[in-house]
Design a protein around this ligand. Structure first.
Ligand SMILES: Cc1ncc(COP(=O)(O)O)c(C=O)c1O
Length: 458
């Protein structure tokens, strides 16, 4: 068996605690015979979290928060209490930070992108390991004449430190990095926030893939803007995220419009308006106040489990996952899996991307494996996971040939399969991703191992 380098031995007591939790909170996985391995796509909700929320809804009357009546006052209190709780969970001092409720992490990123005061002299610098919802900010930056700079990745999909971070431009400049890659699971050093600030940037930290299994303490990480999606942390509710913003940095943003819920006043006769101060100016329309009411019980669930224990447990599971993947081989000795990114548990989370090879070492299209795993109840993710920079580096996709092929594929007709056909031969254009989290058990990983044994005939 392949042994994976790790910082500490696995902890059997911890394993028992989490096995019990699985039985109590996530038994529907076993009732349905599923091996769910797409926690980076979405966490699963615990039943006690759902029950707490249901109980709350059964016993409270909540109305639209933008009013003075008692039902409105309850909703307003819930939203404001949850705002404080979110800041507390991330160690953010309320005097320094505020939390803005959004539809998801992407909406939080869009708020920054569309409002950031880019100018001709600005620079938008980001790691190539960026989610598309961060990549998309380059459109706003470039529309305002700013320059976009990507920082490349090395062979292990970590930042290539031989390429220095360029200093901020002459205009307001934004630096963005993911605390954890949704492609490779690599944890990028949080110290990058301090480094980029010293170079004159405002820092946008994409914490969406990091915070479900790691503690983030904004008292120690001087990010200006941080985005999260709550369903990625505790599975329910979908449709709520947050932009946690340093108040001072928020003051630099220029909203491109106003809407219901964001203004002190608007007049038609004078054509003037004034935005609210702070978070209110960024929450368009009516917030999902019933859903926001569930965020507190979700955070309470994570607090009860304990984020430090979650991180340790995920490290143990990741070591086993890496062992299963890197140990899969055909009877002729040919490895069956090519893992992208680090093959140790150092500075990485529980997300692993890979492709499957046949007994001659040729690539098997990821879609075939995704379907075959699905047929035996194993949920893997296939594709590029909205992270083209990490995928291109991992898969060695040639930029020139890609550009030619992208030009040849007619509009409305794009698929990764067509891109693969155009690039020809053994060039992979996508991968598979397995991710582990709180509900994962060793039995899940045994089933994955058995799937590879069946596939290879080993
Ligand atoms: C690192 C990262 N950033 C941003 C996002 C976007 O999150 P959402 O789709 O919830 O807006 C994701 C989602 O997978 C992600 O993994």
């Amino acid at each position: 068996m392949t042994t994976i380098a790790r910082s500490r031995p696995s902890d059997p007591d911890l394993a028992r605690t989490f096995e019990d939790l699985r039985a109590r909170e996530f038994s529907r996985l076993d009732e349905n015979g599923y091996v769910y391995l797409d926690y980076t796509g979405s966490a699963l909700y615990a039943v006690s979290h759902l029950r707490d929320h249901e109980d709350f809804l059964q016993h409270h009357v909540l109305g639209n928060p933008h009013s003075e009546n008692p039902a409105s006052a309850v909703a307003t209190r819930v939203v404001e209490d949850t705002r404080r709780d979110v800041l507390d969970f991330f160690g953010a001092d309320p005097a320094e930070y505020t939390a803005i409720f959004t539809a998801n992490a992407s909406a939080a990123l869009k708020l920054v992108g569309e409002s950031y005061p880019f100018t001709g002299g600005s620079r938008f610098t980001l790691l190539a390991d960026a989610h598309n919802s961060v990549n998309g900010i380059r459109v706003y930056a470039e529309q305002k004449g700013a320059e976009t700079r990507y920082l490349p990745l090395d062979a292990e999909l970590r930042r290539d430190t031989s390429v220095p971070i360029p200093p901020a431009g002459e205009g307001p400049s934004l630096f963005s990095f993911p605390a954890q890659s949704n492609f490779s699971g690599v944890r990028h050093p949080l110290e990058l926030a301090e480094e980029a600030k010293a170079l004159g940037y405002d820092v946008l930290l994409d914490a969406a893939a990091y915070v479900p299994t790691s503690e983030l303490d904004l008292g120690a990480v001087p990010a200006d803007f941080v985005c999260v999606s709550f369903y990625k942390m505790f599975g329910f509710p979908t449709g709520i995220g947050a932009l946690i913003a340093r108040r001072e940095a928020l003051g630099k943003l220029q909203r491109p419009w106003f809407s219901g819920g964001t203004v002190e006043y608007v007049t038609v006769a004078t054509r003037t308006h004034r935005l609210l101060r702070g978070a209110g100016a960024f929450e368009d329309g009516t917030t999902n106040f019933l859903g926001i009411a569930a965020v507190q019980s979700g955070l309470a669930f994570l607090r009860d489990v304990g984020m430090k224990r979650v991180t340790s447990r995920v490290e143990d599971l990741t070591a086993r996952l890496l062992e299963v993947l890197s140990g899969a081989a055909y009877p002729n000795g040919q490895p069956a899996v090519c893992v992208y990114g680090p093959l140790s548990t150092e500075e990485r989370g529980g997300t692993v991307s890979f492709n499957v090879l046949d007994a001659d070492g040729h690539l098997v299209p990821y879609g075939e494996i995704e379907r075959a795993a699905g047929a035996v109840g194993i949920a893997l993710r296939g594709g590029c996971f909205c992270n083209p920079g990490a995928a291109e580096q991992a898969l060695g996709l040639p930029a020139g040939a890609m550009l030619d092929c992208l030009g040849e594929i007619p509009e409305g007709d794009f698929s990764l399969k067509k891109l693969a056909d155009c690039l020809g031969g053994d060039v992979p254009v996508g991968a598979l991703r397995a991710s582990v989290s709180i509900p994962t058990t060793d039995a899940d990983l045994d089933r994955l191992e058995a799937f590879f044994s069946d596939l290879t005939g080993a």
